[in-house]
Design a protein around this ligand. Sequence first.
Ligand code: 5AD
Ligand code: SF4
Length: 448
Amino acid sequence: MTSVKLLYVETFGCQMNVSDSEKIVALLGKVGYHPTQDSSRADLIILNTCSVRDKPEQKVYSTLGKFKRLKNSNRRLLLAVGGCVAQQEGERLLKKVPYLDIVFGTHNLHLLPEMVRQAEDGKRLAEVGFIDGEARLDLFPVEDSTGGVSRFVTIMQGCDNFCSYCIVPYVRGREISRRSAEIVQEIGDLAAKGVKEVTLLGQNVNSYGLKSAGEPDFAGLLRQVAEIPGIERIRFTTSHPKDISPPLIACFAELEKLCGHAHLPAQSGSDAVLAKMNRGYSRKDYLNKVAALKAIRPGIQITGDMIVGFPGESEADFRDTLSLMEEVGFADLFSFKYSVRPGTGAAGYPDDVDGGVKQERLNRLQELQLKMTLETNKGFVGTVQEVLVEGVNRRGDQLFGRTCGNRAVNFAGDPALTGSSTKVMITRAFRNSLFGEVCESGGGIDVS
Ligand code: 5AD
Ligand code: SF4
């Protein structure tokens, strides 16, 4: 009798990796691997890695070191590395990590079942070839549609922008958009399984379709998705400020299902730094787009990403970042210290902002953002928000959901409310979440 084989997947980095990990589990499920949360019981361990910054990359190597012990005590255990570090390192990773069995790149998920089969026979393998053009489109595996309330749906992958600090175009390859008919079909299938909210996912979703003859642009795709019965909310991430087009802005006025939230990574508030980053917009362009979004959808929540300590960033440049943050009034912000990524354009500049200065700027930025996030959240106290209930929270004592503007809300209620849009009166505000009570009386909803 063959026993069940267990698969443990550890995911680093972004939502794209989370989605890829779901696909990996689905693919390997077909060849007899069942997912486990317990790495010590696994027959196959896969690290789905991220190399966007130095820190997540180093984490991969320390995690690999941790699993070496398991490998020593279980000779049959297979260890695989996928994702961006795998793409970057390729065969080299097999040499660097002698106890590693499989390296698979960001375009090679579909090869995994066969690679695992060969590794079970004692082979060590690396596959990191990029696949471009039509052939690539046929490889976008359909999501494992297990239902739920809110799901991510990949609409494009890769990036052609070459921001000077960024490794993504090198490890994810050129931009490619999925066929709109397949996206609409997939979302229709999800809706039939009870999914109420979809987040359209890609490295740069708002350049969707621009390279594909006969396909709609991103605004056109949003309009198609908005027609799908059963889908109540549409979100997207992540978008590039330069590609926030007038037709896309118009969608925020015309499509009720499109949530009032835009994640718009600014990266810096200084024109000199933005130009050196090759971002393709100025501070003024960015602010104009935010103003247009706010005008057309009052109450829209703007979030973003910011980098401090980019080569050449002066104190005055950094202050421009702080003032941009205040002008926008970000509801939330992911912020990072610049780290050199090998092979990128910015790797040619001296990494000349002292480590201590980077840290000090990050602290100041995060302090300001914390104040603004708390202010944003406090502004919701006393309002009624429509919350799409995603389920019971991690502690198991309250329901959890999100407002249209993507603020997390916890409240007491019947778990049967899961999947429904419920009116919640916000009573308390915290740093990362809101707390409220179900509104029994019905009544109006405040703009979120
Ligand atoms: N150093 C620091 N932060 C970076 N990011 C991307 N590349 C780097 C880098 N080399 C940040 C950007 C991006 C987010 C995903 O990671 O802010 O939006
Ligand atoms: Fe990287 Fe810029 Fe592409 Fe975003 S848009 S993935 S930051 S190159």
